[in-house]
Design a protein around this ligand. Structure first.
Ligand SMILES: Cc1cc2nc3c(=O)[nH]c(=O)nc-3n(C[C@H](O)[C@H](O)[C@H](O)COP(=O)(O)OP(=O)(O)OC[C@H]3O[C@@H](n4cnc5c(N)ncnc54)[C@H](O)[C@@H]3O)c2cc1C
Length: 461
């Protein structure tokens, strides 16, 4: 319900040139706050949907005048907790994308998704370093680092950012790049939130029209053999090969291919940058492990990179968690199978192990704040989207999976995979201590009053 203050603030914002400002009284309020994760309902005092960068500047200036906190809503894939006070800025109307084909760069607005970037860049034969799900927001992804289906070949997406424009706590529009505002440029590439409202980024594109990739799906019966083979096979791979394995409990949806519908399956994902013959030679051990139900690996347009993981696109309630692993050997595969494999009665949608390393392990020049660079593997677990279990059984089960993997865990996580299901008493850290300390300094310098709260809700990340 609106208060007099909320309504007065909306009136003031509109009078100052921010027309799309809504209090709980307005019919647009609820829809403006909806994101991918439907388990989280935000109830800020006011939500603003800026259509221009000037409107962002005005909103932050008024937030200062009234001493209100400001939080940013991208596409809601990384929402951690409900926003219950202050102003929420929903960026989806700032979704512009322009490409300079000669310079091989894209300039991307705060609300754009990777799908928006791919649709402009791909027809020019240029690739953008998106993640497994191109419908994820570009800025939220880049702020955390960005580990994609060809990540071992190119590194984190944040390693290929040229400049970032951000509205800082004093309401100023600041450009951060290798030359200017170097501290912000370092922090915004991997340090996630609490620095301001990013309104625009300039990113590198790569001349890559096709890759050799896809997925091999296996039965529940073959899953143990495939997971153990993956553990051995994925240890020594060239940087050109990016791969992950996922155990999936798929819903009985008609749009899924019949062999996968309503089944437990295991998928090995392949994203190879180079000749198909080389990829096939490398993949021989995986192909020998078992006969796949479906094999979609082959030459594919980069524009269709989302097919490799085929993540769900429609908004849904999500409870997830992620940790990083120093190693994933056959014993680790067995531990994961016991905790979450086909014979475990686990209400989990996805249990995924991504091979990291390669270019992901190399610091770019100039350096950035990306966390998780040294990890060998990432483990990410998503609960079944069953509202009744989401806050009870599912976090316990995910915690159980992480406990089973303790021997291989590094005690850290990657901020883009930091989920609400990481156990409260065992929260992994997202950055090494020196990076965390420097991020705090940069936040304090640019936002001494904590206008942009971070960690978003007080949790220790
Ligand atoms: C299906 C799915 C697949 C994914 N795949 C990958 C993957 O392959 N690799 C990977 O690295 N990550 C992946 N992620 C994680 C994803 O990158 C993060 O959740 C990211 O934060 C999503 O950004 P968003 O805009 O969609 O989400 P939001 O929840 O809207 O944003 C997350 C946070 O980012 C910050 N933020 C967003 N926009 C701005 C801005 N303009 N200015 C300042 N701060 C901002 C805010 O702090 C916000 O709370 C995936 C997530 C999902 C749900």
């Amino acid at each position: 319900m609106s208060t007099n203050l909320d309504v007065a603030l909306v009136v003031e914002l509109r009078a100052a040139g921010v027309p799309h400002a809504y209090s709980p009284n307005d019919p647009e309020y609820v829809s403006s706050l909806l994101g991918f994760n439907r388990d989280i309902s935000h109830t800020p005092e006011v939500v603003v949907v800026p259509h221009t960068v000037d409107e962002v500047v005005t909103t932050v200036t008024l937030a200062n005048r009234h001493d209100l906190s400001v939080r940013v809503l991208g596409r809601g894939h990384g929402a951690q907790a409900p926003i219950t006070d202050g102003i929420a800025i929903a960026t989806d109307r700032l979704a512009f994308v322009t490409v300079d084909a000669e310079a091989r760069t894209a300039t991307v607005g705060a609300g754009a998704t990777w799908t928006d970037v791919l649709s402009v860049a791909s027809p020019l034969g240029l690739a953008a370093l998106c993640g497994s799900a191109p419908h994820v927001g570009v800025i939220g992804y880049l702020l955390g680092g960005g580990i994609g289906p060809v990540g071992r070949a190119f590194g984190f997406a944040a390693d290929h950012v040229r400049s970032i424009s951000v509205v800082t706590a004093d309401g100023g529009l600041v450009r951060a790049n290798a030359e200017f505002n170097q501290d912000l440029f370092w922090a915004l590439r991997g340090g996630k939130g609490g620095f301001g409202v990013v309104v625009e980024v300039e990113i590198d594109l790569f001349p890559l029209a096709t890759i050799y990739g896809g997925a091999l799906f296996y039965t529940a019966e073959d899953t143990p053999a495939v997971l153990r083979t993956f553990a051995e096979w994925s240890r020594d791979l060239p940087d050109e090969m990016t791969t992950s394995v996922a155990m999936l409990r798929l819903p009985p949806l008609p749009e899924l291919p019949e062999p996968l519908r309503g089944r437990f399956v295991c998928a090995v994902r392949i994203g190879y940058v180079g000749p198909g013959d080389d990829a096939e030679a490398l993949m021989a051990p995986i192909r020998e492990a078992a006969r796949p139900l479906i094999d979609s690996v082959g030459e594919m347009p980069y524009a269709e990179i989302g097919r490799i993981h085929a993540d769900p696109v429609d908004p849904m309630p999500v409870m997830e968690g992620g940790i990083l692993l120093d190693e994933f050997d056959a014993a680790a595969a067995d531990a994961l199978l016991s905790a979450s494999g086909p014979t475990a009665e686990a209400p989990l949608a996805t249990v995924e192990v991504r091979r990291l390393g390669g270019a992901l392990a190399r610091m770019p020049e100039p350096a950035n704040a990306v966390g998780g660079r040294d990890a060998a593997y990432g483990l990410h677990v998503v609960g079944a989207p069953v509202p009744d279990l989401l806050h009870t059984v599912i976090p316990q089960v995910i915690g159980g999976v992480f406990s089973a993997m303790e021997q291989w865990a590094s005690g850290t996580t990657q901020i883009n995979f930091y989920g609400r299901a990481n156990q409260p008493d065992k929260k992994p850290t997202s950055w090494p201590a020196d990076i965390t300390a420097r991020l705090r300094e940069v936040r304090h310098k640019h936002d001494p009053a904590g206008r942009f709260p971070y960690p978003l809700h007080g949790e220790a990340v």
